[in-house]
Design a protein around this ligand. Structure first.
Ligand code: PHB
Length: 470
């Protein structure tokens, strides 16, 4: 099941931008929106058609986005890339709801054994900011960043009608039912809605409401307590200052790169910023920051607040978050594996520990093999005993760089760990080829660099969403 396209996109006949709006920024944001709606990838020619921009303009905009690491260019296609998640992370961090209430939603999902989500209002929509999914044959595929119309979803009805409980009896999708209730901040305002989502094969709306009501009410009470007692975000340690990723950009779309840097100036410690603070945190000239802010405000990505401050709106999550969240470690690693295999001319793979039902095994989760006569043939999904592979040594013993000859005569495999945000080894990255074809030290150095790049993409992606290791 695919989420329905957001009714916000393509932006319904936009009002003319103010004279001072930054045109390259408008174009760059439009490109990111189109890629998001296309679930991450579009041909450059298709992007030109969809945006109405000249192909040469699309090429320049995409080259700038690629320079920032936000987009990957692959032949004729442009795809959203994991570093863009930094933008969604800034928005989610500044919102505070995922960090403060996410763990309570996770617990509720465990208790009820149903999917649970947190959503916030976003203009005519609601937007998901936390999702706990149950993997089932029939499962919900909404991700953090996806939007649903206010009138067509249980959380939407909570916001629109101000009701204490709303149900969705297959409004969104046949078979899908949901119950949503409001969560209030200390001032009594509705901060978000928590939903329990199930399927008609398990429940009707009445039985779902009955079955979950008690646990849901208890969870909401805890959530409201967490909101009331959380330390004021301004008191938290400030995050790293944002700067334009990838170094200075020269050329006509430097204003796009400068404008985008404004989004990551926000975080939990800086959920609302004045123009002067934005200029200070981004290093942009005040006039530049003002024009970028005006552009974001015009497009609905930022909104003014009290005391001359501005906040990001949840619409910022429409810039890549959902497609980038719908991922796994092997998918994140794939382009890095391909680049390394191409560079070394050897087979490069990723594997996980697999001790089910018994023994100590490693299972290959991704592999890129060069086209050559004598290439290693270890398919995705195949299992090898941990003891005979370098990946096995990394995964079961925590070795930093493992070198193993075998499992067949003449084969050598070198492996390094890939760690999650908490430092746990979640996968092993290996180069496997014939002994004597490459220097082991070179392979190890190249693996460490690639492992670091894969880990960086994993860490930025998994800050607020769970990324399966396979
Ligand atoms: C809904 O159908 O209202 C709905 C769907 C998925 C959610 C929450 C609500 O996560």
């Amino acid at each position: 099941m695919l989420p329905p396209p957001s009714p916000l996109s393509p932006p319904s006949v936009p009002q003319a931008p103010p004279a001072e709006a930054v045109t390259p920024l408008i174009r760059g944001l439009d490109v990111l929106r189109r890629l998001t709606d296309a679930d991450a990838t579009l041909a450059l020619a298709e992007l030109a058609r969809a945006t109405g921009l000249a192909r040469s303009t699309v090429d320049r905009v995409c080259a700038t986005l690629a320079h920032l690491g936000y987009v990957r260019l692959d032949g004729r296609d442009a795809s959203l890339a994991p570093p863009l998640m930094a933008v969604a992370n800034a928005c989610l961090d500044a919102l505070r709801v995922p960090e403060l209430l996410g763990p309570l939603a996770d617990r509720l999902a465990d208790t009820l054994d149903e999917s649970v989500s947190l959503a916030v209002p976003d203009g005519p929509d609601i937007r998901f900011v936390h999702q706990v999914l149950r993997r089932r044959a029939l499962s919900i595929s909404f991700r953090v960043g996806d939007a649903l119309p206010l009138a067509g979803s249980a959380p939407g009805l909570v916001f629109r009608d101000g009701v204490p409980l709303a149900v969705d009896d297959q409004l969104v999708e046949p078979g899908l039912i949901a119950v949503a209730v409001p969560v209030r901040g200390p001032a009594g305002d509705v901060v978000c809605a928590v939903s329990v989502v199930s399927h008609t094969s398990r429940h009707g709306v009445a039985s779902l409401s009955r079955a979950v009501r008690e646990e849901l009410d208890a969870c909401v009470a805890e959530m409201e307590e967490a909101l009331a007692t959380s330390p004021h975000p301004q008191g938290l340690r400030p995050g790293p200052r944002s700067s334009i990723a990838g170094g200075p950009v020269i050329g006509p779309v430097a204003s796009l790169a400068r404008g985008l840097s404004l989004l990551t100036a926000f975080d939990a410690a800086h959920p609302a910023l004045t123009l002067s603070r934005i200029a200070e945190r981004t290093g942009l000239a005040r006039a530049t920051a003002r024009r970028a802010l005006l552009t974001y405000q015009h497009l609905g990505y930022a909104a003014p607040e009290a005391n001359r401050t501005y906040r990001l709106t949840p619409r910022v999550l429409a810039l890549g978050c959902a497609p980038l969240s719908r991922t796994t470690l092997p998918r994140i690693a794939a382009p890095h594996l391909a680049a390394l295999s191409e560079r070394l001319g050897e087979s490069v793979g990723l594997s996980v520990r697999d001790s089910v039902p018994d023994g100590d095994w490693v299972r290959c989760t991704a592999r890129v093999a060069p086209r050559r006569v004598m290439a290693v043939d270890i398919g995705v999904g195949s299992r090898l005993p941990a003891a005979v592979t370098a990946a096995g040594h990394v995964l079961s013993e925590g070795t930093e760089t493992a070198v193993v000859d075998g499992p067949e005569d003449g084969l050598r495999s070198v492996a390094v760990p890939v760690r999650d945000r908490d430092g746990r080894v979640v996968s092993a990255l290996d180069v496997t080829g014939h002994q004597g074809r490459g220097a082991t030290g070179d392979w190890a150095r190249a693996l460490r660099a690639t492992g670091a790049a894969v880990a960086a993409d994993l860490h930025v992606t998994s800050r607020f969403v769970a990324v399966p290791a396979h």
